[in-house]
Design a binder for this molecule. Structure first.
Ligand code: FBP
Length: 264
């Protein structure tokens, strides 16, 4: 039996642009300034920047995802860990699929640390989350970050592809990965993800041109889009950056065209 999982709502022309805002949890306030520390500012970027979804933890969703933002699909992150932890990473769910659905989620998110000594625990938890989410028609997006003492290089192509495969086999609908800069490798990784859609993480803040070139490369290599945070909301012109991303990811424009509009 297969459930009717509503993934299309998160895509435009087969592509997606997701605004991620869980860094306050994962990294702490060091990522923020006086403007982007305010979740309302992020919701405004998601709405006015025509993002396909915004990904936040349940507490932010409760207090900030109000009716004004109903046109932006919500992804509720179910687990998270702080940067204060050391040793092999583990991240357990702190809220439920059912509660995410009550908050208006169109999908749920979960970070999986493949290769960590706690991976079995996380597989079991993610497996249950997939069962519950899919039975409600909600897609599951997996932040797929191989990490821990058994993973010397999390940017190794085989490791990233392994992560993509495991996420597919566990039932992920959208798999968020880090890009290692190798387009051919990404094509192989995308193949391993099968019918699950691959989206790429933004990473720390870089120049507009470098970032947009990376984005163009990853969609050209078969990624369905990006799930980005800091390169948008740490930017001095987040709305122009959102438009440039849309130009490339959704409208298939070149980096030069997107930069021209960006600089205009
Ligand atoms: P950025 O675009 O800001 O890199 O965000 C992507 C993201 O996946 C966030 O959703 C998450 O908080 C963060 O990266 C985790 O990154 P890491 O575990 O490598 O610090």
């Amino acid at each position: 039996m297969s459930f009717k999982v509503k993934v299309d709502r998160l895509f435009t022309k087969g592509r997606t642009l997701i605004l991620a805002y869980d860094q306050g949890f994962e990294h702490g306030p060091s990522d923020f300034n006086l403007t982007n520390v305010d979740p309302e500012f992020i919701m405004d970027i998601a709405l006015e920047g025509f993002f396909n979804a915004v990904a936040v933890h349940s507490g932010i969703a409760e207090k900030y995802y109000d009716l004004r933002y109903k046109d932006v699909p919500l992804i509720v992150k179910l687990n998270g860990k702080t940067s204060l932890q050391s040793g092999d990473p583990v991240s357990r769910a702190h809220t439920s699929v059912e509660y995410a659905a009550k908050l208006g989620a169109s999908a749920v998110g979960y970070t999986l640390y493949l290769g960590s000594s706690f991976e079995q625990e996380q597989f079991r938890e993610l497996g249950r989350i997939v069962e519950e989410a899919h039975s409600l028609g909600l897609p599951v997006m997996v932040w797929n970050y191989p990490r821990g003492s058994s993973v010397p290089n999390d940017l190794d192509t085989n490791i990233i592809a392994y992560g993509a495969r495991v996420a597919l086999e566990l039932g992920a609908d959208i798999i968020k990965l880090k890009y290692n800069g190798d387009k051919e490798a990404l094509r192989w990784i995308v193949k391993n993800a099968g019918r699950a859609k691959v989206v790429i993480s933004g990473g720390s803040r870089t120049s507009e041109e470098d970032f947009l070139r990376m984005v163009w490369d990853v969609v050209d290599a078969g990624a369905a889009g990006i799930a980005v945070g800091r390169n948008v909301w740490q930017h001095e012109r987040p709305f122009s950056m959102s438009r440039a991303l849309r130009d490339i990811v959704i409208d298939g424009k070149s980096v030069e065209e997107a930069l021209k509009r960006f600089n205009h």
